[in-house]
Design a protein around this ligand. Structure first.
Ligand SMILES: *[C@@H]1O[C@H](CO)[C@@H](O)[C@H](O)[C@H]1NC(C)=O
Ligand SMILES: *[C@@H]1O[C@H](CO)[C@@H](O)[C@H](O)[C@H]1NC(C)=O
Ligand SMILES: *[C@@H]1O[C@H](CO)[C@@H](O)[C@H](O)[C@H]1NC(C)=O
Ligand SMILES: *[C@@H]1O[C@H](CO)[C@@H](O)[C@H](O)[C@H]1NC(C)=O
Ligand SMILES: *[C@@H]1O[C@H](CO)[C@@H](O)[C@H](O)[C@H]1NC(C)=O
Ligand SMILES: *[C@@H]1O[C@H](CO)[C@@H](O)[C@H](O)[C@H]1NC(C)=O
Ligand SMILES: *[C@@H]1O[C@H](CO)[C@@H](O)[C@H](O)[C@H]1NC(C)=O
Ligand SMILES: *[C@@H]1O[C@H](CO)[C@@H](O)[C@H](O)[C@H]1NC(C)=O
Ligand SMILES: *[C@@H]1O[C@H](CO)[C@@H](O)[C@H](O)[C@H]1NC(C)=O
Ligand SMILES: *[C@@H]1O[C@H](CO)[C@@H](O)[C@H](O)[C@H]1NC(C)=O
Ligand SMILES: *[C@@H]1O[C@H](CO)[C@@H](O)[C@H](O)[C@H]1NC(C)=O
Ligand SMILES: *[C@@H]1O[C@H](CO)[C@@H](O)[C@H](O)[C@H]1NC(C)=O
Length: 475
């Protein structure tokens, strides 16, 4: 009986490990190598590392610190000359995990996994000839990874950095690497965006990936948590940009209750455009088309993609009129309108009069300097307008009359309005005409009198006129 029982137990012990689950690499590491805590050496074991019996060339180290890790690697015979290809280090407690230490061991690994630990920093770097294809550093409370630590992993295809406290994604120079940076609640959006621009990286677990905006990111004043999907939209902006222009995020609009939405800046300066670009990407609020050959701004009125525009810079173009601005959404909502160095001859004050500068619009700026203004008496309205809005028109001193070389703000209306076109001149013509008429009349009457006295008859038309009572007086 006793022997059969012990045989039975022996059977139970041997069958599952050595027969039912024969060593099989693919069951241990698919693309990465990850062992549960049950694979750890028993707590009583003097060696913190052990080779796995159910996986070829694989080992697990648990509950180690800098000292016990060195010991454990030695007692489990894990070195640069052994056949270990996959290693999982669980619950490592390190102030600094220095990758340079033991780098000869890491160099031969294909799968390196360090999880569920308490590691403040990753220092040093993995050597050049490292073959690691999956590096998993998740769940370690890591605050920082030395910038060049992972720079030389030429066979890397998967990197898991999730569930840490990283602010930066470390540099990875290899192509086709999939990175999981989810659940790092202090990740900086500015850094993530740069890394997103590196098309060699693919991010996974996107729905759990968030980053923090800060002052260094798009002039954003307060910190806010941003979903990865939103950041990706910013990155893809350029793809959907106007041909030959540069699209970027102008700022994040948190006023919307739902998801933060992005406002877009489009830069098309210096592109030899002869017309405003259409259509603009959705939510464009900033457009710079300076130094082109644009002649008209009619698109501000006619194009629906211009309706969110708030900042419009079109300096150094061939624009001749402000009239298309009349009645546009832009003129109601704008923040900056800059039309310096254009071909504007006449500033229509009825367009300008509709611009509000009070209350919500006290940051509004209008720049109209260095145009070819043609000044006449009506320009005095413009002068009044300018003088009342000086703080909103920073270049008021550069708004000059082309035909009289003077600042509009310094024009003397009494001089301006003496020009021949002025209505007061007609009065002089009328007075002159009346004086001439009067002189003519006096001459004619004198002539009639002289003829009457000498020849005794009245010349026409006096002879044909009826006699009136007052004629008595003359006779
Ligand atoms: C982690 O390791 C430390 C010793 O380094 C140990 O005290 C602790 O209990 C371990 N934690 C877990 C969850 O195993
Ligand atoms: C360690 O591994 C090497 C190479 O695999 C082997 O030659 C050596 O005998 C092993 N030593 C021990 C103590 O297992
Ligand atoms: C990590 O270790 C430090 C000491 O090195 C300790 O102060 C801290 O509480 C530990 N954190 C966790 C989550 O165990
Ligand atoms: C990491 O270890 C290497 C070699 O032991 C050493 O030269 C280096 O200074 C260490 N780095 C840090 C940040 O401690
Ligand atoms: C590592 O990459 C090199 C080329 O970059 C390749 O030749 C080699 O087979 C790869 N090694 C492994 C183990 O995948
Ligand atoms: C990365 O590691 C975390 C925690 O260990 C895990 O939940 C997650 O699934 C891993 N990511 C991938 C893509 O495997
Ligand atoms: C996480 O990172 C932030 C920013 O680097 C730091 O202020 C904070 O103390 C870190 N938290 C822990 C638990 O280390
Ligand atoms: C990366 O992936 C693309 C397509 O998936 C492939 O064409 C390219 O050769 C890969 N690059 C490397 C270095 O493996
Ligand atoms: C972090 O991961 C846990 C799952 O482990 C998930 O429930 C949680 O929502 C995540 N938090 C963030 C901020 O990603
Ligand atoms: C991420 O979330 C979106 C919507 O919230 C969902 O449609 C998508 O399937 C999710 N992706 C994954 C990988 O969970
Ligand atoms: C874009 O730039 C290229 C090269 O400068 C030029 O040939 C092309 O005409 C431009 N397209 C537009 C729409 O301006
Ligand atoms: C505008 O067009 C003229 C010719 O029509 C050209 O000489 C000039 O260089 C262009 N200016 C810009 C800024 O493209």
């Amino acid at each position: 009986m006793q022997m059969s029982y012990s045989l039975y137990f022996l059977f139970l012990l041997i069958i599952p490990t050595h027969c039912l689950l024969p060593p099989d690499d693919s069951s241990c590491h698919n693309h990465c190598f990850h062992q549960p805590s049950e694979s750890c050496p028993p707590v009583t074991s003097p060696c913190k590392c052990q080779r796995l019996s159910n996986c070829n060339n694989a080992a697990v180290c648990c509950n180690v610190n800098a000292f016990t890790l060195t010991e454990g690697l030695a007692c489990a015979n894990i070195s640069s000359t052994t056949d270990i290809k996959a290693l999982h280090i669980r619950n490592a407690t390190f102030e600094s995990f220095n990758l340079t230490v033991h780098q000869q061991v890491w160099r031969v690994l294909l799968y390196m996994t360090i999880t569920n630990g308490n590691i403040t920093r990753i220092d040093g770097k993995l050597p050049k000839s490292t073959k690691i294809s999956c590096l998993d550093l998740s769940s370690n409370h890591i605050n920082s990874i030395e910038e060049r630590a992972l720079g030389q992993l030429y066979n890397l295809s998967f990197l898991n950095l999730s569930h840490n406290n990283l602010t930066q994604v470390p540099s990875i120079r290899m192509e086709n690497v999939t990175v999981d940076i989810s659940n790092n609640t202090n990740l900086a959006c500015s850094n993530l965006k740069v890394k997103l621009g590196n098309s060699k990286l693919t991010f996974t677990n996107e729905n759990e990936t968030f980053c923090i905006t800060s002052k260094d990111f798009a002039w954003f004043q307060t910190t806010a948590t941003l979903p990865f999907s939103q950041l990706k939209r910013v990155h893809e902006l350029q793809k959907n940009c106007v041909l030959n222009c540069t699209c970027s995020m102008y700022r994040l609009n948190l006023s919307q209750v739902k998801l933060a939405s992005f406002e877009v800046a489009v830069n098309c300066s210096n592109k030899k455009f002869s017309a405003l670009p259409v259509p603009l990407p959705p939510n464009t609020i900033f457009l710079d088309v300076s130094s082109n050959n644009i002649t008209s701004i009619k698109e501000l009125k006619s194009e629906s993609s211009y309706e969110n525009l708030r900042y419009f810079y079109a300096d150094n173009n061939q624009i001749s009129s402000l009239k298309p601005l009349e009645g546009t959404k832009f003129i109601n909502n704008f923040d900056t309108l800059s039309l310096q160095r254009n071909k504007i001859k006449l500033l229509d004050t009825y367009v300008l009069d509709n611009i509000q500068f009070e209350r919500n619009f006290n940051q509004r700026r209008v720049r109209l300097g260095f145009n070819n203004l043609h000044c006449d008496c009506s320009t005095k309205k413009l002068k009044v307008w300018l003088l009342s809005k000086l703080s909103h028109i920073p270049d008021h001193d550069d708004i000059r009359c082309e035909n009289m070389n003077a600042k509009v703000t310094e024009l003397d209306p009494s001089k301006l309005c003496q020009s021949p076109q002025d209505w007061t001149d007609y009065i002089y013509y009328i007075i002159t005409a009346e004086v001439l008429l009067l002189v003519g009349l006096i001459v004619k009457v004198s002539y009639d009198y002289w003829v009457f006295k000498t020849a005794g008859y009245l010349p026409w038309p006096a002879s044909k006129m009826p006699r009136l009572p007052c004629d008595w007086l003359c006779e």
